[in-house]
Design a protein around this ligand. Structure first.
Ligand SMILES: [Zn+2]
Length: 411
C-alpha cells in the first residue's frame, strides 16, 4: 500500500524490492527497513500496537522515496525527509482506513507544540543538531504545514501537481530547501513566500482574534421615526437618579408654582416633526436614483469585523456566519488580506440575513492556538485537567493487557 500510495504522488518505485523486517525499533535503509511492534503471545494486541505498527511500516517503507531517491541531506535539513515523509505517511494512513487515528497531519494537533514557550522552539529551518524537540519540529510541524498548504491554502489539485513536480525534478538528485520552496511555487503559479517565511523560518504560532463586530443598517427611517429615536436617546441622556428621589423630596418646583417663570422653552418639544422636516425628507427621497432607492429598501446588514493577528503567523480568514433563521454560511478570505497590515485588518461583509453569531476557523484548519477569541459573541470553550501518567516501556512493547484479550476471555 505504501509503495502504491507514495508512487501515485511522486514517481514509479524504481527499486526491485521494498522489505519490512520486524524489529525492536524503526529504521530505514534503501530497499529494506526495520519496524517495531508485535502481538502478545496469545495473539492479541492493543489498538496502539496495531496502529503504531501500520504507521511505522508506512513511514519506514516511505523513506525509500524521501530521502533514498529524492536525496536531501537529512543531517542538515531533517524536515526535508522526515517532514515530507510524515506528510505522505499521513495521506497513506487516511487511505488505509477512513477513521485512521493519524497522530501527525491534522492542523489542530500541532497547536500545543506551537503554543509552547519560545525558548523551546526553533524554526523548521534549523540544522538538525540544534533542534530540541525533534518529533514536533522535524516531523509533525512540516507535515502539518504541508497538509494545511494542500487543504486550505492551495487546494488539492494545485498542491498535488506541484508536489509531484518537485519529486520528479529531484529524484536521484540532492535538493536543498529552496529547491522545494521554488518548485512548489513555480509549478503551481502561487506566491507562497509568506507561507514559507511564517511556517518554516519562524516560530510564531497562529492566533487570530476576532476582536470586534460592528453592525450597521442603512438609515431609511421617516422623520417621525427618526425624531422618536432621538427623543429616546435624549431622555436617556437627561435622566439621573436624583430625579427619582426629587419626585417626593421636592413637592413643587419654582416653575411649577409660579406661571410667571415660564417661557417658550417650557412647552417647546424639539422632537415634533416640523413641515420643514417633512419637506427635506421628500426632497431627499425624490433625489435618489433607482439603484440608490433599491439599496435603501434592501434591508442589508453591514458587519464590520476587526481581526487581530495575536500569534504573528498570518493565515486565511475562514469565517462562519450563523444567521438568526438557523442557517449558516462560510466565507474564505485569502491570507493576502494581511499584506498591507500584518497585525490588524478590518473588513465589511454585507448580508441580507441577520447574523446571530460568528465563528472564526470553524473546521479547525489553521492550527490556531487560542480558540477562545474565535467567537462572536465570545464563548467559553471548555477545557479539562487531565491526570498524566508516563507511558511505560519502549515503543511497540506490550503493556500486558488489551481490549482484544479482555473480549476473548469474556467468551
Ligand atoms: Zn523517518
Amino acid at each position: 500500500h505504501t509503495v502504491k500510495s507514495y508512487a501515485a504522488r511522486t514517481f514509479d518505485y524504481p527499486y526491485p524490492v521494498a522489505i519490512s523486517v520486524e524489529a525492536s525499533n524503526g529504521m530505514e535503509y534503501p530497499m529494506i527497513c526495520f519496524n517495531y511492534g508485535r502481538p502478545d503471545e496469545d495473539g492479541t494486541y492493543s489498538d496502539a500496537i496495531k496502529y503504531g505498527m501500520i504507521s511505522v511500516i508506512i513511514h519506514e517503507v516511505g523513506h525509500n522515496f524521501f530521502p533514498m531517491i529524492v536525496n536531501s541531506d537529512e543531517r542538515q535539513w531533517s524536515w526535508m525527509d522526515e517532514g515530507l515523509n510524515t506528510f505522505l505517511q499521513y495521506l497513506a494512513e487516511q487511505e488505509w482506513d477512513r477513521d485512521y487515528p493519524s497522530r501527525r497531519g491534522p492542523a489542530h494537533k500541532i497547536a500545543p507544540y506551537m503554543a509552547s514557550e519560545r525558548h523551546l522552539l526553533e524554526p523548521i529551518m534549523t540544522n538538525s543538531e540544534n533542534i530540541i524537540q525533534f518529533g514536533p519540529n522535524a516531523y509533525a510541524k512540516p507535515a502539518t504545514a504541508l497538509n494545511i498548504l494542500r487543504e486550505t491554502i492551495m487546494g488539492r489539485e494545485l498542491f498535488d501537481y506541484a508536489f509531484k513536480e518537485y519529486s520528479l525534478r529531484w529524484m536521484f538528485k540532492h535538493p536543498t530547501p529552496e529547491d522545494f520552496f521554488r518548485t512548489m511555487e513555480d509549478a503551481s503559479g502561487v506566491d507562497l513566500d509568506w507561507f514559507w517565511r511564517g511556517w518554516f523560518f519562524g516560530t510564531d504560532p497562529v492566533d487570530i482574534s476576532l476582536e470586534e463586530v460592528k453592525w450597521y443598517k442603512l438609515d431609511n427611517r421617516t422623520p417621525a421615526e427618526k425624531k422618536a429615536d432621538q427623543k429616546k436617546a435624549a431622555d436617556r441622556e437627561a435622566y439621573h437618579i436624583s430625579m427619582d428621589y426629587n419626585k417626593e423630596d421636592i413637592p413643587q418646583t419654582v416653575v411649577e408654582a409660579d406661571p410667571a417663570t415660564r417661557d417658550f422653552y417650557n412647552s417647546y418639544n424639539p422632537f415634533t416633526v416640523t413641515p420643514e422636516d417633512e419637506q427635506a425628507y421628500k426632497n431627499f427621497m425624490a433625489s435618489l436614483t433607482p439603484k440608490e432607492k433599491e439599496l435603501m429598501n434592501s434591508g442589508l446588514n453591514f458587519y464590520e469585523m476587526r481581526f487581530r493577528n495575536v500569534g504573528g503567523l498570518v493565515m486565511p480568514l475562514i469565517i462562519q456566519f450563523n444567521y438568526t433563521d438557523g442557517t449558516s454560511e462560510v466565507e474564505r478570505i485569502p491570507a493576502e488580506i494581511w499584506r498591507l497590515n500584518e497585525w490588524e485588518v478590518t473588513k465589511v461583509f454585507a448580508k441580507k440575513k441577520e447574523v446571530a453569531s460568528i465563528i472564526l476557523d470553524p473546521y479547525r484548519e489553521t492550527a490556531d492556538i487560542d480558540e477562545t477569541n474565535n467567537y462572536w459573541p465570545r464563548q467559553f470553550v471548555p477545557s479539562r485537567f487531565e491526570l498524566f501518567k508516563g507511558a511505560s516501556g519502549a515503543r511497540g512493547v506490550s503493556t500486558g493487557d488489551n481490549p482484544m484479550r479482555r473480549s476473548r476471555s469474556r467468551r
